[in-house]
Design a protein around this ligand. Structure first.
Ligand SMILES: [Cu+2]
Length: 157
């Protein structure tokens, strides 16, 4: 009985944290929506994703990012070559005026190297994102399981 109650409570808490996961951070004309990081095994770089919306009449540029819990963060783009998904660093990401850019799996993304060991799904990774015009915007990206990485891990098991 006790165990049942604990389990259902854990389930309810899980639902609450999922519902509260979608984050927004506004800075000037920029809005950072739903920043998250894909959980990865220790020692592997992790992908970081979010949507950056610009309500201003001037375009901006995402120049770089850092995290106190990672060695370095690169900006990557993904592309197909000979049927294989590859990626390479890019210098910046354009944020169009009165528009948005989405950092997502298989497209532009943050590549986060040297994550502090012990981070797990549900933890928040602080990210300081530097824009050419808007300056530095601090967000907390939730670490989530998901996508291709999860499927790979399932196949290995
Ligand atoms: Cu990458």
């Amino acid at each position: 009985m006790n165990i049942l109650i604990k389990l259902s409570l854990a389930g309810a808490l899980g639902l609450v944290s999922v519902a509260g996961a979608a984050q927004e951070m506004k800075s000037g004309n920029l809005m950072i929506m739903d920043p998250w990081v894909r959980f990865t095994i220790e020692g592997r770089p992790a992908g970081g994703y979010m949507k950056v919306q610009n309500s201003g009449a001037q375009a901006d540029k995402l120049l770089s990012a850092t995290s106190p819990l990672a060695e370095r963060v690169e900006i990557h783009t993904s592309f197909m070559k000979d049927g294989i998904m590859k990626m390479r660093p890019v210098a910046h990401i354009d944020v169009p005026a009165k528009g948005y850019v989405e950092l997502k799996s298989g497209g532009l993304h943050f590549m986060i190297f040297g994550l502090k060991p012990g981070l797990k799904t549900g933890d928040k990774l602080p990210l300081s994102i530097v824009f050419e015009k808007a300056g530095t915007v601090n967000v907390e990206a939730e670490i989530r399981a998901g996508g291709k990485m999860k499927m790979k891990m399932k196949m290995k098991m």
